[in-house]
Design a binder for this molecule. Structure first.
Ligand code: TMP
Length: 211
């Protein structure tokens, strides 16, 4: 899928796992090496997908059905892949994406209880079959992740406001996915120091680039 040495790298983890900082640092790392890089996120990443993101994450009195929620995430992903991720990879630009298909399996599958095999099929359809070269799963206990989010922000979005049990199911789901796909998904303990996590990320990425 990727041209030249362009990689498609995704970051996953529950709320408060520290993805944002590591994504920024990795983007800066590629920039310092003079390698073209794009950091983006899901849901979102295009004007349409950003509108969908607002719809999904807004706190609302109307209860959102798990299936409606699923299709909103997939709509955002389909647009993002088609108009941003695939064209970038084709041009040899490394793409770093904050959440991707594994989030759908972890949140809508393990968290909401939707059928995993069915979700895998839908993910394939929405992504036109593209799969990350590398995925970093930053793992933190759910209680700790939620505590970090509460401390750093006053208000929580609709997903962050879900119960501790929900986030524990999501975390366990992520770990199961990582156990199933050890080649692609690298689990890092999100409680390690920021620098330690980053140096591990860099060494895995360099290994992938064959350096
Ligand atoms: P965040 O990117 O700010 O963490 O917010 C995205 C939220 O959406 C987060 O709670 C995870 C959730 N999510 C899903 O439930 N399914 C998905 O497919 C994706 C991409 C995100």
């Amino acid at each position: 899928m990727t041209a030249g040495s362009a990689l498609f790298i995704t970051f996953e983890g529950i709320e408060g796992s520290g993805k944002t900082t590591q994504i920024r640092r990795l983007r800066e790392h590629f920039e310092a090496l003079g390698k073209p890089v794009l950091a983006t996120r899901e849901p979102g990443g295009t004007p349409l997908a950003d509108r969908v993101r607002e719809l999904i994450l807004a706190n609302r009195t109307e209860k959102v059905s798990p299936r409606a929620e699923l299709f909103l995430y997939l709509a955002s992903r389909a647009q993002h892949v088609h108009s941003v991720i695939k064209p970038a990879l084709r041009q040899g630009i490394t793409v770093i994406c904050d959440r991707f298909t594994d989030a759908t399996l972890a949140y809508q599958g393990y968290g909401r209880g939707l059928d995993l095999a069915f979700l895998e099929g839908l993910n394939r359809y929405a992504t036109e079959g593209i799969v990350p070269d590398l995925t970093f799963l930053l793992d933190v206990p759910a209680r700790e992740g939620l505590e970090r989010v509460r401390k750093s922000r006053g208000t929580l979005d609709r997903l962050e406001s879900e119960s501790l049990e929900f986030h524990e199911k999501v975390r366990r789901g992520y770990l199961e996915l990582a156990a199933r796909e050890q080649e692609r998904i690298v689990v890092l303990d999100g409680r390690m120091g920021e620098d330690e996590i980053f140096s591990r990320i860099v060494s895995v990425v360099e290994g992938k680039l064959g350096r």
